[in-house]
Design a protein around this ligand. Structure first.
Ligand code: SF4
Length: 365
């Protein structure tokens, strides 16, 4: 579509979504409430103006899909304590550098003279290890099902090249267990989910059928442009109005029924399910993946020991933000003590964080 056609289609879809929302309100006497699971959707809904345009018609609740935001403070603490010693290089993704731990950020630890590097891919960290055989290189591996196969590719490369001075500290998360947790324990009164396009590309549409079968909720897998988001919201409204719990794929040029079987194979080859700590929630059984025992020579948790720190107490409410319990302005620090330049919590640091999205696109000046 040309930009002009895109605009016209978006405007038509917006009108239709508003019309369907009115029908929903008439039928159920309340606003429809949908959760977007993915951090990229949170940012896309804000950036495209869709969230603002629909603020009186749909409760769009941001969920737990920003990998930086859900990473527990203890992981930052562990990475900072691993910097002790001159012979280590810590590698991580850019956003993790500014997330506060109990004693500051990785960025601050770097300015104190520690060798901490930002890499674009975990495979780049394997290359760093190859170039510095005299040093231990530790990669902090965070992310959801989209990233886990890439982490597997790094271990595969290290295994094939026998690079033993490389290891990975895994803190990965899976979407299904956190959605089950929210639906089982939090009273969100949701009418459906906007499902993550990238995670679904790996896991496939069928992976999310539990939402319809067990929780009787509709869900739509969506792309990231305004047209994609609006057409997915339209589908969600139609399903919710008809009280039809179905999982639909509205991102068919990318997402298949079964997902990427090759990627899933390598995930399960190197990693197995483990309990994971989620920021503001605590440990959820089998909600992440960690390195299998057979590959523990690349497991930083087995190679190094770190002392657990007492978590630093702050007034940051990221834990509630990622569960969809509050909106960013409900945090007393929002846009005051906490801004993108001086973030107090990860939801303001991350390029996919709800607080950053709200600050950039939704805030009333
Ligand atoms: Fe945390 Fe800042 Fe968001 Fe408040 S505004 S929840 S302090 S990231």
């Amino acid at each position: 579509l040309t930009p002009q056609m895109n605009k016209t289609v978006s405007q038509l879809l917006l009108k239709e979504v508003v019309r369907l929302s009115k029908q929903f309100q008439h039928k159920f006497n309340r606003l429809p409430a949908f959760m977007e699971v993915c951090g990229s959707h949170t940012m896309a809904l804000a950036r495209t103006g869709v969230k603002k345009a629909l603020q009186n018609d749909i409760r769009l609740i941001s969920g737990p899909g920003c990998p930086v935001c859900v990473t527990d403070q203890s992981i930052i603490d562990a990475m900072i304590s691993l910097t002790d010693g001159e012979n280590r290089i810590i590698c991580t993704f850019g956003d993790m550098m500014r997330v506060p731990g109990s004693d500051g950020t990785l960025m601050q630890a770097k300015t104190e003279g520690n060798d901490i590097r930002v890499v674009y891919s975990p495979v780049d960290a394997v290359r760093v290890a190859e170039q510095h055989p005299e040093k231990e290189v530790i990669f902090l591996g965070i992310g959801f099902e989209t990233t886990i196969p890439i982490l597997a590719a790094a271990i595969k490369e290290a295994e094939e090249k026998r690079i033993l001075n490389f290891s990975m500290w895994m803190s990965t998360k899976l979407v299904e267990p956190i959605l089950r947790y929210l639906l089982d324990y939090d009273d969100l009164a949701l009418d459906g989910f906007l499902l993550p396009g990238h995670v679904s590309m790996v896991m496939g549409r069928k992976h999310f059928e539990f939402l319809a079968e067990e929780y009787r909720l509709p869900a739509v897998i969506s792309g990231f442009e305004a047209v994609d988001l609006l057409s997915s919201l339209r589908q969600l409204l139609l399903l919710a109005l008809a009280e039809r719990p179905l999982v639909m794929n509205n991102y068919q040029n990318v997402v298949t029924e079964d997902g990427n079987t090759h990627a899933k194979h390598w995930m399960n080859h190197y990693f197995s399910l483990c309990d994971e700590a989620w920021r503001g929630i605590g440990s959820i059984p089998n909600s992440g993946m960690d390195i299998r025992k057979e590959y523990e020579q690349w497991d930083a948790k087995k190679k190094f020991s770190v002392l657990a720190k007492r978590p630093r107490k702050t007034k940051c409410r990221c834990g509630e933000i990622i569960r969809g319990l509050i909106e960013p302005p409900e945090c007393a620090l929002f846009a005051k003590a906490c801004t993108p330049l001086h973030p107090v919590g990860p939801c303001m640091v991350s390029s996919e964080g709800s607080c950053a999205a709200y600050f950039q696109y939704m805030r009333e000046e």
